[in-house]
Design a protein around this ligand. Structure first.
Ligand SMILES: Nc1ncnc2c1ncn2[C@@H]1O[C@H](COP(=O)(O)OP(=O)(O)OP(=O)(O)O)[C@@H](O)[C@H]1O
Length: 249
Protein backbone atom coordinates (compact mmCIF):
# COMPACT_ATOMS: atom_id res chain seq x y z
CA UNK A 1 0.00 0.00 0.00
CA UNK A 2 1.25 3.51 -0.77
CA UNK A 3 1.31 5.61 2.40
CA UNK A 4 -0.74 8.83 2.41
CA UNK A 5 2.13 10.68 4.08
CA UNK A 6 5.79 9.75 4.48
CA UNK A 7 9.10 11.24 5.51
CA UNK A 8 12.47 10.37 4.00
CA UNK A 9 15.83 11.39 5.48
CA UNK A 10 14.06 14.09 7.45
CA UNK A 11 16.42 16.21 9.54
CA UNK A 12 15.47 19.29 11.50
CA UNK A 13 17.46 21.86 13.45
CA UNK A 14 16.47 24.82 15.59
CA UNK A 15 19.41 27.15 14.98
CA UNK A 16 22.54 25.07 15.61
CA UNK A 17 20.65 22.43 17.61
CA UNK A 18 19.67 19.37 15.61
CA UNK A 19 16.55 17.69 17.01
CA UNK A 20 15.49 15.23 14.28
CA UNK A 21 17.87 12.81 12.54
CA UNK A 22 17.14 10.90 9.33
CA UNK A 23 13.52 10.09 10.04
CA UNK A 24 12.04 7.65 7.52
CA UNK A 25 8.43 7.00 8.44
CA UNK A 26 5.41 6.06 6.31
CA UNK A 27 1.86 6.74 7.53
CA UNK A 28 -0.82 4.44 6.17
CA UNK A 29 -4.16 5.91 5.14
CA UNK A 30 -7.12 5.46 7.51
CA UNK A 31 -5.07 4.20 10.40
CA UNK A 32 -3.89 5.58 13.73
CA UNK A 33 -0.14 6.00 14.24
CA UNK A 34 1.15 6.83 17.72
CA UNK A 35 4.50 8.56 18.27
CA UNK A 36 5.94 7.73 21.67
CA UNK A 37 9.20 8.42 23.45
CA UNK A 38 10.64 10.34 26.39
CA UNK A 39 10.16 14.05 26.84
CA UNK A 40 12.21 16.15 24.42
CA UNK A 41 12.87 13.31 21.93
CA UNK A 42 11.26 15.29 19.08
CA UNK A 43 7.73 13.86 18.81
CA UNK A 44 5.93 17.21 18.62
CA UNK A 45 8.57 18.62 16.31
CA UNK A 46 8.08 15.68 13.93
CA UNK A 47 4.30 16.07 14.11
CA UNK A 48 4.53 19.79 13.35
CA UNK A 49 6.62 19.06 10.23
CA UNK A 50 3.68 17.22 8.65
CA UNK A 51 1.65 20.37 8.02
CA UNK A 52 4.52 22.86 7.98
CA UNK A 53 3.73 24.35 11.38
CA UNK A 54 7.49 24.58 11.95
CA UNK A 55 7.64 27.15 9.11
CA UNK A 56 6.29 29.58 11.69
CA UNK A 57 9.37 29.12 13.91
CA UNK A 58 12.30 31.40 13.07
CA UNK A 59 15.65 29.60 12.50
CA UNK A 60 14.01 26.20 12.05
CA UNK A 61 15.70 24.34 9.17
CA UNK A 62 14.25 21.20 7.63
CA UNK A 63 15.98 18.96 5.08
CA UNK A 64 14.84 15.73 3.47
CA UNK A 65 11.44 14.82 2.04
CA UNK A 66 7.91 14.89 3.34
CA UNK A 67 5.52 13.50 0.77
CA UNK A 68 1.75 13.93 1.00
CA UNK A 69 -0.06 11.87 -1.64
CA UNK A 70 3.25 11.67 -3.49
CA UNK A 71 3.91 15.44 -3.57
CA UNK A 72 6.61 17.24 -1.61
CA UNK A 73 4.78 19.38 0.97
CA UNK A 74 7.38 22.15 0.86
CA UNK A 75 6.09 22.90 -2.66
CA UNK A 76 2.48 23.18 -1.49
CA UNK A 77 0.45 26.18 -0.36
CA UNK A 78 0.68 25.97 3.46
CA UNK A 79 -2.88 27.21 3.97
CA UNK A 80 -4.34 24.54 1.70
CA UNK A 81 -1.99 21.93 3.19
CA UNK A 82 -3.20 22.72 6.73
CA UNK A 83 -6.76 22.31 5.55
CA UNK A 84 -6.00 18.75 4.37
CA UNK A 85 -3.67 18.02 7.29
CA UNK A 86 -5.36 19.52 10.35
CA UNK A 87 -4.06 19.74 13.89
CA UNK A 88 -5.48 19.39 17.40
CA UNK A 89 -3.34 20.68 20.27
CA UNK A 90 -2.64 19.63 23.83
CA UNK A 91 -4.89 22.27 25.39
CA UNK A 92 -8.31 22.83 23.84
CA UNK A 93 -8.15 26.23 22.13
CA UNK A 94 -11.66 27.24 21.03
CA UNK A 95 -12.08 30.75 19.68
CA UNK A 96 -13.98 33.12 22.03
CA UNK A 97 -17.01 32.80 19.77
CA UNK A 98 -20.19 30.73 19.70
CA UNK A 99 -20.06 26.97 19.20
CA UNK A 100 -21.56 27.50 15.73
CA UNK A 101 -19.07 30.16 14.73
CA UNK A 102 -16.12 28.07 15.90
CA UNK A 103 -17.08 25.37 13.40
CA UNK A 104 -18.21 27.71 10.62
CA UNK A 105 -15.01 29.78 10.85
CA UNK A 106 -12.86 27.58 8.61
CA UNK A 107 -15.46 26.94 5.88
CA UNK A 108 -16.31 30.68 5.82
CA UNK A 109 -12.60 31.54 5.51
CA UNK A 110 -12.39 29.15 2.57
CA UNK A 111 -15.33 30.91 0.86
CA UNK A 112 -18.50 29.07 1.94
CA UNK A 113 -21.22 31.71 2.45
CA UNK A 114 -24.52 29.86 1.99
CA UNK A 115 -26.33 29.60 5.35
CA UNK A 116 -27.89 26.19 4.69
CA UNK A 117 -24.54 24.73 3.59
CA UNK A 118 -22.88 26.13 6.72
CA UNK A 119 -25.68 24.70 8.91
CA UNK A 120 -25.06 21.27 7.38
CA UNK A 121 -21.29 21.51 7.85
CA UNK A 122 -21.73 22.55 11.50
CA UNK A 123 -24.16 19.69 12.20
CA UNK A 124 -22.09 17.04 10.41
CA UNK A 125 -18.81 18.16 11.98
CA UNK A 126 -20.30 18.14 15.47
CA UNK A 127 -21.80 14.71 14.80
CA UNK A 128 -18.42 13.53 13.49
CA UNK A 129 -16.82 14.61 16.77
CA UNK A 130 -19.66 13.02 18.81
CA UNK A 131 -20.63 16.39 20.30
CA UNK A 132 -23.87 17.21 18.47
CA UNK A 133 -26.29 15.72 21.00
CA UNK A 134 -24.65 17.65 23.84
CA UNK A 135 -24.68 21.05 22.12
CA UNK A 136 -27.44 21.08 19.50
CA UNK A 137 -29.69 23.26 21.69
CA UNK A 138 -26.97 25.81 22.52
CA UNK A 139 -25.15 26.32 19.22
CA UNK A 140 -25.18 30.10 19.62
CA UNK A 141 -23.77 30.10 23.15
CA UNK A 142 -20.07 30.70 23.81
CA UNK A 143 -17.75 27.75 23.23
CA UNK A 144 -15.87 28.83 26.36
CA UNK A 145 -18.83 27.58 28.44
CA UNK A 146 -18.14 23.97 27.43
CA UNK A 147 -16.21 21.54 29.62
CA UNK A 148 -12.56 20.81 28.74
CA UNK A 149 -13.47 17.49 27.10
CA UNK A 150 -16.29 19.11 25.12
CA UNK A 151 -13.94 21.92 24.06
CA UNK A 152 -11.44 19.37 22.80
CA UNK A 153 -14.17 17.58 20.79
CA UNK A 154 -15.20 21.02 19.47
CA UNK A 155 -11.61 21.56 18.29
CA UNK A 156 -11.75 18.17 16.55
CA UNK A 157 -15.09 19.17 14.96
CA UNK A 158 -13.47 22.44 13.81
CA UNK A 159 -10.77 20.41 12.09
CA UNK A 160 -13.37 18.12 10.45
CA UNK A 161 -15.33 21.14 9.13
CA UNK A 162 -12.76 21.84 6.40
CA UNK A 163 -12.79 18.25 5.16
CA UNK A 164 -9.29 17.06 6.08
CA UNK A 165 -7.49 13.87 5.10
CA UNK A 166 -5.09 13.66 8.02
CA UNK A 167 -5.54 14.80 11.62
CA UNK A 168 -2.44 15.48 13.72
CA UNK A 169 -3.01 15.31 17.47
CA UNK A 170 -0.42 16.53 19.97
CA UNK A 171 -1.24 14.93 23.32
CA UNK A 172 -4.95 15.72 22.91
CA UNK A 173 -5.96 14.14 26.24
CA UNK A 174 -3.23 15.39 28.52
CA UNK A 175 -5.40 18.17 29.97
CA UNK A 176 -8.50 15.96 30.34
CA UNK A 177 -9.94 13.74 33.08
CA UNK A 178 -10.26 9.96 32.55
CA UNK A 179 -13.90 10.08 31.37
CA UNK A 180 -13.24 12.84 28.83
CA UNK A 181 -10.08 10.95 27.78
CA UNK A 182 -12.08 7.77 27.11
CA UNK A 183 -14.52 9.76 24.94
CA UNK A 184 -11.66 11.19 22.87
CA UNK A 185 -10.00 7.77 22.56
CA UNK A 186 -13.28 6.24 21.33
CA UNK A 187 -13.68 9.14 18.93
CA UNK A 188 -10.17 8.63 17.52
CA UNK A 189 -10.99 4.99 16.83
CA UNK A 190 -14.17 6.11 14.97
CA UNK A 191 -12.29 8.80 13.04
CA UNK A 192 -9.92 6.32 11.44
CA UNK A 193 -12.74 4.91 9.29
CA UNK A 194 -12.55 8.21 7.35
CA UNK A 195 -9.29 9.91 8.30
CA UNK A 196 -5.63 9.18 8.95
CA UNK A 197 -4.70 10.05 12.53
CA UNK A 198 -1.18 10.68 13.86
CA UNK A 199 -1.06 11.15 17.62
CA UNK A 200 1.74 12.12 19.97
CA UNK A 201 1.18 10.66 23.42
CA UNK A 202 3.07 10.25 26.66
CA UNK A 203 0.57 7.64 27.70
CA UNK A 204 1.75 4.23 26.56
CA UNK A 205 -1.51 2.55 27.53
CA UNK A 206 -3.27 5.05 25.30
CA UNK A 207 -0.95 4.27 22.38
CA UNK A 208 -1.52 0.54 22.95
CA UNK A 209 -5.32 0.98 23.12
CA UNK A 210 -5.95 3.15 20.10
CA UNK A 211 -3.13 2.93 17.56
CA UNK A 212 -2.47 0.50 14.72
CA UNK A 213 1.17 1.50 14.29
CA UNK A 214 3.61 2.88 16.85
CA UNK A 215 6.86 4.73 16.31
CA UNK A 216 9.30 4.93 19.22
CA UNK A 217 11.63 7.95 19.21
CA UNK A 218 14.70 8.64 21.32
CA UNK A 219 17.00 11.69 21.17
CA UNK A 220 15.63 12.79 17.79
CA UNK A 221 15.91 9.38 16.12
CA UNK A 222 13.19 6.97 15.16
CA UNK A 223 14.42 3.87 16.94
CA UNK A 224 11.73 1.47 15.84
CA UNK A 225 8.34 1.41 14.16
CA UNK A 226 5.90 -1.42 13.62
CA UNK A 227 2.44 -2.65 14.41
CA UNK A 228 1.42 -1.57 17.88
CA UNK A 229 1.00 -5.19 18.97
CA UNK A 230 4.58 -5.99 18.00
CA UNK A 231 6.11 -2.85 19.48
CA UNK A 232 4.43 -3.50 22.82
CA UNK A 233 4.83 -7.28 22.99
CA UNK A 234 7.91 -8.10 20.97
CA UNK A 235 10.02 -5.04 20.11
CA UNK A 236 13.22 -5.62 18.15
CA UNK A 237 15.31 -2.98 19.89
CA UNK A 238 16.42 -3.19 23.48
CA UNK A 239 15.90 0.56 23.88
CA UNK A 240 12.25 0.21 22.89
CA UNK A 241 11.78 -2.63 25.33
CA UNK A 242 13.37 -0.63 28.14
CA UNK A 243 11.08 2.31 27.42
CA UNK A 244 7.82 0.39 27.15
CA UNK A 245 8.58 -1.54 30.31
CA UNK A 246 9.11 1.72 32.16
CA UNK A 247 12.83 1.31 32.76
CA UNK A 248 13.49 4.88 31.62
CA UNK A 249 11.60 7.89 30.35
N1 LIG B 1 10.77 26.41 18.98
C1 LIG B 1 11.85 25.77 19.45
N2 LIG B 1 13.07 26.36 19.46
C2 LIG B 1 14.16 25.72 19.91
N3 LIG B 1 14.16 24.46 20.40
C3 LIG B 1 12.99 23.81 20.41
C4 LIG B 1 11.77 24.41 19.94
N4 LIG B 1 10.76 23.51 20.08
C5 LIG B 1 11.32 22.40 20.61
N5 LIG B 1 12.64 22.58 20.80
C6 LIG B 1 13.60 21.58 21.33
O1 LIG B 1 13.55 20.46 20.45
C7 LIG B 1 13.65 19.25 21.19
C8 LIG B 1 12.44 18.38 20.87
O2 LIG B 1 11.28 18.99 21.40
P1 LIG B 1 9.82 18.40 21.16
O3 LIG B 1 8.85 19.32 21.82
O4 LIG B 1 9.63 18.13 19.72
O5 LIG B 1 9.93 17.02 21.94
P2 LIG B 1 8.78 16.08 22.47
O6 LIG B 1 9.27 14.68 22.33
O7 LIG B 1 7.48 16.41 21.82
O8 LIG B 1 8.74 16.49 24.01
P3 LIG B 1 7.53 16.47 25.06
O9 LIG B 1 7.09 15.04 25.13
O10 LIG B 1 8.17 16.96 26.33
O11 LIG B 1 6.47 17.40 24.52
C9 LIG B 1 13.75 19.64 22.66
O12 LIG B 1 15.10 19.65 23.01
C10 LIG B 1 13.17 21.04 22.68
O13 LIG B 1 13.75 21.80 23.72
Amino acid sequence: MTPILSTRNLNLSYGSKQVLYDIDLPFEEKSVTALIGPSGCGKSTLLRCMNRMNDLIADCKVTGEILYRGEEIMNSDPVLLRRKIGMVFQRPNPFPKSIYDNIAYGPRAHGTKDAKTLDNIVENSLKGAVLWDEVKDRLHESALGLSGGQQQRLCIARTLAVNPDVILMDEPCSALDPIATTKIENLIMDLKTKYTVIIVTHNMQQAARISDTTGFMYLGKLIETGTTGTIFSNPKEELTERYITGRFG
